[in-house]
Design a protein. Structure first.
Length: 254
């Protein structure tokens, strides 16, 4: 039988859960044996174990339970949400100037194209993560879903490297200072994005470890920590993008 409070397995006949102390409805205590001669021994009245304060949601449940799957997905869905926000669309800016302007414009447009590809890949990644995690029913299916999610994060990071490579080409040109300023900002955004991918892989490893141990109660605090760290990266990328747009507006580059 299993505890009605925390889901822990309890030996038959136990009136209280040995883990959380909750009283079990329907459990029958075994009466004490009668001593020889019919003399009733004096038993000391022992109070029931003190019931522990219930754990905050999500409570510990077997990994395969419907509630456990739902709570785990709530945490993991944070990953997909943050990824979509962090995949910034770089607006192709038609910068004016002398020198290698036409070449710089070509690289900028290539970078913009790759960034749009990055966003599309991130959206697909999020949908696949949602599907695999919501259908997970045991440790094996969680393992498969998380492995696939980590492979997707690695692919997103490679696409971000391609974006950086296009903007790096601009920095090697002369007479295109405004292009270089915008390129530097976009390169920093992609580096922040790759840092987020690294953090995501660490987060997924920790999630899998908790699921394997059955300690799904720790997912709530783990998810909050990850969300806070990712939020800082997203906020910084937003500032970088706004700065790039300000350069365009102040110098009337459109």
């Amino acid at each position: 039988m299993f505890c009605s409070q925390c889901g822990n397995e309890i030996p038959e006949g136990k009136a209280f859960c040995p883990k959380c102390g909750a009283k079990q409805l329907g459990a029958q205590a075994t009466p004490p044996a009668q001593p020889p001669g019919g003399t009733q021994p004096q038993y000391q009245q022992t109070p029931p174990p003190q019931q522990q304060i219930p754990l905050p949601s999500p409570v510990m449940r077997p990994p395969g339970s419907p509630s456990g799957r739902r709570n785990l997905w709530i945490v993991l869905s944070i990953v997909g949400v943050v990824m979509i926000i962090a995949a910034v669309i770089i607006v192709a800016v038609l910068l004016l100037g002398g020198g290698n302007t036409s070449k710089a414009k070509e690289y900028l447009l290539n970078g913009d194209k790759l960034t749009k590809q990055l966003k599309a890949e991130a959206q697909t990644w999020n949908q696949e993560l949602s599907s695999s995690m919501s259908n997970a029913s045991d440790v094996a299916t969680y393992q498969a879903g998380i492995d696939k999610a980590k492979a997707g994060a690695a692919s997103l990071s490679r696409t971000a490297s391609k974006v950086k490579a296009e903007f790096e080409k601009i920095k090697g040109l002369s007479g295109v200072e405004n292009y270089v300023k915008v390129a530097d900002l976009q390169i920093t955004e992609m580096e922040n994005f790759q840092e987020l991918m690294t953090n995501t892989n660490v987060f997924l490893d920790k999630v899998l470890a908790l699921v394997k141990s059955g300690d799904v109660a720790g997912l709530e605090s783990l998810g909050k920590t990850y969300s806070d760290e990712a939020g800082k990266i997203v906020a910084e990328n937003k500032k970088l993008d706004e700065e790039a747009q300000k350069i365009v507006t102040d110098n009337k580059l459109l």
